[in-house]
Design a protein around this ligand. Structure first.
Ligand code: MRU
Length: 349
């Protein structure tokens, strides 16, 4: 499996996802400001992967700290707010940082050296925790994948987006490993093309049959009976089951409903925001208009400075979702009630 995030030789190593497919470049980061920039620029992306990255980033921010324990905690809080502001929608980012803070709080009396040591071990453990959650999502997802299945997916939800084998793609990988006949249709996922650049590469490398389609082909694909199942990831899920995911996901859910195709969201419980009651409360990141105007820095349009509307995510309401595949099993309607039942399993450390 390709690794998006790794801790190696005392540094954070990220595969630069902005440069795929032109180059496969790994960047070695040792400063928290570089980690912040890597998250903003999509060098690393995907909800769980940015949470893990931020956890290592917090350690990098504090590993040379030389003050006493109270100052250590004050500085940690400042760095958590800084890192959490890198991207607003994927709640895994805040969840990861908050998990580390909660795990360190009972040790406030310890010397700074020991706190730093704990912080590093916690970041490693959070990474491993996500790997395990991915495996479980893949296992639970088998309940909805028949022996032969054509699966439509959106964006990238695999090893490049997580600390393990992925979320929606974990379900695909496990099905493939079990000898099920799976065929994936991957949306190219405009504007940043995570589907075309990343998902197709990942699946092809793993030997999973895949066809790339343009986003505007999904309706025809369904109309022609060529998709049996839709599985996507999520960046934040509210307590009512509304799921924010890469822009275009909501459109797929509407289409799936019309064509009576099961539509599943696959996500770890770290993607659930139990503080939010409704999907409309999920903050949606607005990104630079050049993502629409340009592809690989080449302008696509005749009016180079044309105004654009570029939300990175949309929100799919629970009534369009057949179920949410998590590491704790598949959550189905009534979502509010059933999501509450698994809330305690979200905890880390
Ligand atoms: O903007 P991105 O590339 O970070 O968006 C990622 C997605 O929307 C993924 O589908 C989502 O994070 C689920 S990843 C396991």
């Amino acid at each position: 499996m390709i690794k998006a995030v790794e801790w190696k030789d005392d540094a954070l190593v990220l595969l630069d996802q902005t440069r795929i497919p032109e180059e496969t470049v790994y960047c070695r980061l040792t400063e928290v400001s570089d980690v912040f920039e890597a998250i903003c620029s999509l060098m690393v992306r995907g909800a769980p992967a940015i949470g893990i990255t931020a956890a290592y980033g917090l350690y990098l921010a504090l590993r040379n700290f030389s003050g006493e324990s109270p100052q250590f905690f004050a500085e940690m809080n400042r760095q958590i707010d800084y890192l959490a502001s890198a991207r607003p929608t994927a709640v895994n980012l805040r969840w990861a940082l908050e998990s580390l803070r909660q795990a360190l709080l009972p040790h406030q009396d310890e010397p700074t050296a020991s706190l730093k040591d704990r912080l590093f071990k916690l970041a490693r453990a959070l990474h491993e925790d996500d790997r395990q959650r991915c495996d479980l999502i893949g296992e639970h997802g088998q309940d909805v994948v028949p022996e032969s299945c054509r699966i439509l997916t959106h964006c990238n939800t695999g090893a490049l987006a997580t600390g393990g084998i992925g979320t929606a793609l974990a379900v695909v990988y496990k099905a493939h490993q079990r000898g099920k006949k799976v065929h994936v249709y991957a949306d190219e996922t405009r504007p940043v093309l995570q589907g075309a650049r990343l998902t197709v590469w990942e699946l092809h490398t793993a030997g999973v049959p895949v066809d790339l389609i343009c986003d505007n082909m999904a309706a025809a694909l369904m109309q022609q009976g060529m998709a049996d199942l839709v599985i996507v990831g999520a960046d934040r899920i509210a307590s009512d089951g509304s799921a924010a995911n890469k822009i275009g996901t909501y459109g797929l859910a509407v289409l799936a409903k019309y064509h009576r195709i099961p539509f599943y969201v696959a996500a770890p419980l770290s993607t659930f925001d139990f503080n939010l009651k409704h999907g409309k409360d999920i903050p949606i990141e607005m990104r630079n208009n050049d993502e629409i105007r340009k592809v690989f820095n080449r302008c696509l349009i005749t009016v180079p400075d044309v105004s654009c509307w570029n939300p990175a995510f949309d929100v799919t309401p629970p009534e369009l979702i057949s179920g949410i595949i998590t590491e704790a099993g598949i959550i189905r309607a009534p979502y509010r009630e059933n999501i509450q039942k698994v809330a305690h399993k979200q905890l880390f450390a």
